[in-house]
Write a protein that binds this ligand. Structure first.
Ligand SMILES: NC(=O)c1ccc[n+]([C@@H]2O[C@H](COP(=O)([O-])OP(=O)(O)OC[C@H]3O[C@@H](n4cnc5c(N)ncnc54)[C@H](O)[C@@H]3O)[C@@H](O)[C@H]2O)c1
Length: 317
């Protein structure tokens, strides 16, 4: 018995890297899988339907069930066709893993409009479009009194939680995906659909450090901290009935470590002295000492820490 026996999954961007690991492991756990991949370059140019088919071949050779889909996830109609394909081929849909992604890193002052639009489109609209069509399907099933126990897993990034130099387009998209996941959880709770966000890691073709030596997750013969397939177990678990009480959560998965990320939370508050008045701008220097400098963001990545002396203290003279 697999954790996902009888379930049907769609995984976007499953032709390479992290998503490929998800698709293979979801199938190993018993799910029937629609392997989506446009088959383009890491910057989003071109298309190749054989990329998704190659992963279908890996899954079927290992005894699993899968079909290929070459839709562009940022196409509203293409995303609908992908969700319809799962239902037409396998009779139902239980799991959607939004994972497809590209990169076009530039410093903000050099970023072209096309670099911004492409990254926002593939990541942010590419999460919205499949999720929207899947949620319409699940709402209809719920209203028809079917028992719905569905899971959407979105792909965030530490960059979306913490920012990074040269990635304003990607940070905006991934930060948006983190909040999109929470709002989907809120919209769909009454219909039996949960929504969570996973920030993955692993050496894939998307990372310049990987060079030509990209090893796909199903090609590793032993454990490696670089293996993008290390994220798969968390995705399988979130997709399973073991996780029915987990929704609206965000996780960072790096090698063998899973970190729970809290969403935007209210920090320290200061209230104007006295009552029935607003702040004077000059008074805010004192308030900011408490609000900002006594509650520094801990930071995870180099350069994330606020450093140096308080500008507010300097402003106070
Ligand atoms: N690898 C990491 O360390 C890491 C870290 C943080 C986040 N991520 C995220 O994980 C996801 C997977 O990245 P990866 O590192 O495995 O990269 P990858 O390039 O190996 O895989 C991404 C896949 O998405 C596909 N894709 C791109 N645009 C598409 C589109 N419009 N429609 C359908 N498919 C499309 C690509 O063809 C590719 O197969 C991305 O969302 C990425 O931002 C990866």
């Amino acid at each position: 018995m697999g954790l996902l026996d009888g379930k049907v999954a769609v995984v976007t961007g499953a032709g390479h890297g992290v998503g490929r690991g998800h698709a293979v492991q979801l199938a190993e756990a018993g799910a029937k899988v629609v392997v989506n991949d446009l088959g383009g370059s890491t910057t989003g140019e071109g298309a190749d339907a054989s990329v998704a088919q190659a992963v279908v071949d890996v899954i079927t050779e290992r005894g699993g069930s899968a079909v290929a889909n070459a839709s562009d996830v940022s196409s509203f109609d293409g995303a609908r066709a992908m969700i319809d394909q799962a239902v037409d081929e396998f009779g139902r849909l239980d799991i959607l893993v939004n994972n497809a992604g590209i990169l076009r890193d530039r410093m903000i002052f050099n970023m072209d409009e096309s670099d911004w639009d492409a990254v926002i489109s593939v990541h942010l609209k590419g999460h919205f479009a499949p999720t929207r069509h899947a949620c319409e399907y699940w709402r209809e099933r719920s209203k028809a009194s079917d028992e719905v126990n569905a899971s959407v897993i979105h792909t965030g990034s530490a960059v979306g939680f913490l920012g990074n130099v040269g990635q304003t387009n990607y940070a905006a998209a991934k930060g948006g995906i983190g909040m999109f996941s929470i709002a989907v959880a809120q919209d769909m709770a009454r219909y039996g659909v949960r929504s969570n966000c996973v920030a993955p890691s692993g050496s894939t073709r998307l990372l310049p450090t990987a060079g030509d030596a990209v090893v796909e997750p199903d090609e590793y013969e032993e454990y490696s901290a670089q293996d993008p397939g290390n994220v798969g177990p968390l995705v399988v678990w979130l997709a399973s009935d073991l996780a029915t009480s987990v929704s609206g959560q965000s996780f960072l998965s790096v090698a063998g470590t899973i970190t729970h990320f809290n969403p935007w939370t209210a920090g320290t508050a200061v209230t104007v002295p006295g009552s029935d008045r607003r702040w004077h701008p000059a008074e805010l220097a004192h308030a900011m000492e408490t609000l900002v400098f006594k509650t520094r963001h801990p930071g995870l990545m180099g350069g994330m820490e606020f450093g140096g002396d308080s500008p507010f203290r300097a402003a106070m003279g």
